[in-house]
Design a binder for this molecule. Sequence first.
Ligand code: ADP
Ligand code: MG
Length: 686
Amino acid sequence: DGDDLLKDEESEYENELLENINKEQERLLDIQQGRKSLPVYQYRSQLLQAIKDHQVLIVVGETGSGKTTQLPQYLVEDGYTKNGTLQIAVTQPRRVAATSVAARVADEMGVVLGKEVGYSIRFEDKTTPNTTILKYMTDGMLLREFLSDPELKNYSCIMIDEAHERTLATDILLGLLKDILLHRKDLKLIISSATMNASKFSKFFYDCPIFNVPGRRFPVDIHYTVQPEANYLHAAITTIFQIHTTQPLPGDILVFLTGQEEIESTKERIEEIAHKLGSRVPEMLVTPIYANLPQEQQQKIFEKTPEGCRKIVLATNIAETSLTINGIKYVVDPGFVKENSYVPTTGMTQLLTVACSKASVDQRAGRAGRVGPGKCFRLFTKWSYYHELEATPKPEIIRTNISSIVLLLLSLGITDLINFPLLDKPSIPSLSKSLEILYVLGALNSKGSITRLGRLMCQFPCEPEFAKVIYTAAYNETANGVLEQCITIVSMLHETTSLFVGNSRDSLKSIVGETTSDHLLYLKIYDEWKNSNYSKMWCKDHKVQFKTLSRVRDIRNQLWKFCDKMGLVSMNEKALKELVDPTQSMEIKIIKCFISGFPMNIAKLGTSGYKTVSTKNSSGLEVTIHPSSVVFQQQKENAKKPSKYILYQQLMLTTKEFARVCMPIIKESWLSEMVPQIFKPNNEFN
Ligand code: ADP
Ligand code: MG
């Protein structure tokens, strides 16, 4: 009898296996049929012909027509990778787009992600040398490849995707490519863009042809609010429930929000309300999508919505053009986006929530009309649309700190920055500010030429400011020996937005203890987690995101490896052995390292609070320490005398100008010691 039972189990297992194989085959067949139904498929041979005939081609098409996933596959099929000896690069402005599209294409081609098809984003390289032929990457990563291979010899085709987003890296890439196309006649350049700005790209590349892929698009009804909304989140939630309770299923809802925190709190709120309504309304499936979302969770937005259920996708403007989600019938658009804004005269970058451009809100509305007629609910007035919104978004190059790019260009030997070809030029004040910053950091000498330190900083996988912190931690005579600590803090600073679960830091009280700065708090959190042997339980107990810390660990390992390769690790060890001045505590050294990296981010206490220190070319700005900062709590709870100077990592304008992530600078003389270029000894700084 036992034997029979075993046999039964075996055959059951076999059946299940067969069934799974069949299912998988069906799925693959579906995918292949899906590929053929995309709008670009009808133009496959025409597109390939146009690419053969022209070195540069601009491809314009509705979002979802197949540009990103299909065009690169056509190039592979047409032999552009020369039997695997050459690569095709496809750039994306966003990390999430690069990883998720690569996963999709690997699936379509039936290969393992990371082998023939891979991706490369900062701190994560999922490619295999000599195997990967199709590489999705962020535009910033391709830019870095110019450092090791200025002619991009490994590539036969470059596709600059989502060019209309006009990120800083994309703009610089186009400028650099314009030059190498002259000596590399065999290199093909494809610029793909949603339906805006195409003629500007064409003009830039000597009137190259524009290939239009007509998309299918169903009509979208646009609704406006009668009056401006005071609280757009509140309005968005109300609208979501109005749609959900009055509109038939199926029909998923896509909501455009500005960032992770907003998305997570809105998700909670919706789930709360849905829970209260119970079975009176159909089930809702709320799925977030934003840049920092772990990859397993990203895939959720693409999963088919179960019957009798409505999917609510809460997205940043990543869903505007770079990702296509099937089944969306309703779009809720508050009309805002978070944008970096840089003021060269103060040298400060602020993260601001600003109104979108007309082009953006039109793109967003279009997301509702892919599967059938749709509806878009704009949470602003019609008048505002016609009279207040800008026509197109501002390119990043005119609203960001360009020092890292200037450093890159200089290290590539491009010294005539004024005449470097660009679609839009940065302003002269912005250019001179970046040169000033690089000089202060020691990347340029007083003649404006790049120094050895500058070359090293350029190769670092992080911003020049962070590179300087790390360099100082290994090399500076009075601050070295804290390389490990500084690398940990820098890695943590790359991920701070998603570190804490919820808003409470109470569970960290035991760790916070006598911590005097946010930087040291981050260091302690990481070290304690490390001591727990990277345990998941520890994170749970302290309400810290395990996934975030795991990413920090990855970043940290990579920075460490890099520092080892560059000789910084051995310098640091030498310093630790020879420690001349044992009275110099680790804490002091860390502060000194950050002063050397962020001399522009210092504020001084005046009669009316803190004010950023002004330099030759910049004036001061009043700032308030953010209540979430350890420094704020210390000054409040311990009634500690506020320190005369603080260093901050970020400014955020909400009701006030808030300085986030701060450390007190205990001794004034450290300023002139670390950065004599701006802080003169025995001077009062204002
Ligand atoms: P475009 O670049 O022109 O906007 P894409 O190539 O990104 O278009 O998308 C083509 C189609 O592939 C989309 O309609 C979408 O349905 C499908 N698709 C893309 N990524 C995924 C994914 N991760 N899962 C399922 N379908 C996807
Ligand atoms: Mg695309």
